[in-house]
Design a protein around this ligand. Sequence first.
Ligand SMILES: C[S@@+](CC[C@H](N)C(=O)[O-])C[C@H]1O[C@@H](n2cnc3c(N)ncnc32)[C@H](O)[C@@H]1O
Length: 278
Amino acid sequence: MNNQPVVHKFQQTTVSDKAYQAIREFIYKEAGINLGDSKQQLVSSRLTKRLKNNNLTSFDDYADLIQDSRNSQEQQMAIDLLTTNETYFFREAAHFDSLKTNVLQQHPKERLFRVWSAASSSGEEAYSIAMVLDDYFGNRVKWEIFGSDISSRIIKKASSGLYQAHRIDAIPKPFLKRYCRKGKGQYEGFLLVNNSLRDRTKFSEINLTRPLPEIGLFDVIFLRNVLIYFDNPTKEKIIQSLESKLRPGGILYIGHSESLKGMDIALSLIAPTTYQKK
Ligand SMILES: C[S@@+](CC[C@H](N)C(=O)[O-])C[C@H]1O[C@@H](n2cnc3c(N)ncnc32)[C@H](O)[C@@H]1O
């Protein structure tokens, strides 16, 4: 590597090589996220405001700050800002069709049906699943959804069930009518997911690279568009830990650009990006 610091300008704030390496190690250690060699620009654009907030003038000082475990609040803030939370309702729609036609149909009506949206981001995935379950099961089967993410900020947003109206394009019209309310007054331009779905959809902060808490077993786990941020050993560890939370015969959906090829896991590929626990 070149000895000169790679310096990127963003609103007069630069990220030296040394600071970048330290921040890169921090986010890998805390979240398993592999930033790669050249995301200085991303680090600068996302964290510059934290420098100002902490009255610091350099990323070297900020790196020192977040490496100290006594600054856990700032550590969480940095994790929140360095994660990518891009998501939308009914993203990768084929999984919702597969859920309906292959999974819900076979579920015995006496048993509670449980789904986990792991790495849920702001909740659009979890509420999309909720709409499909409510529509299919009606009052015949009890169901619940658990959503989790490493980012505390995004989990708060998910729990609120409140979204900007322009973000809801992919929700099928009949679902929009049945499961969402348009905001009025100060909530003009927003849309609220109905209580009937929010009551059955709970969110909690979970870091998938750490031992998982007691959350019970699930019929289906959605783990989509998060594996891309991890290296292979981290991916394998996460999948092994998630498969212990699947019922026998349970289903795992991963994102369309992700793969579990070559991993030592107890899951069989039954359709593209769809795995079943043996
Ligand atoms: C791109 S979003 C995907 C959201 C949704 N699953 C989807 O497909 O639209 C990735 C999410 O993974 C979360 N994430 C990243 N690292 C994580 C970790 N170690 N544990 C739990 N969540 C993590 C991020 O905070 C982010 O909200």
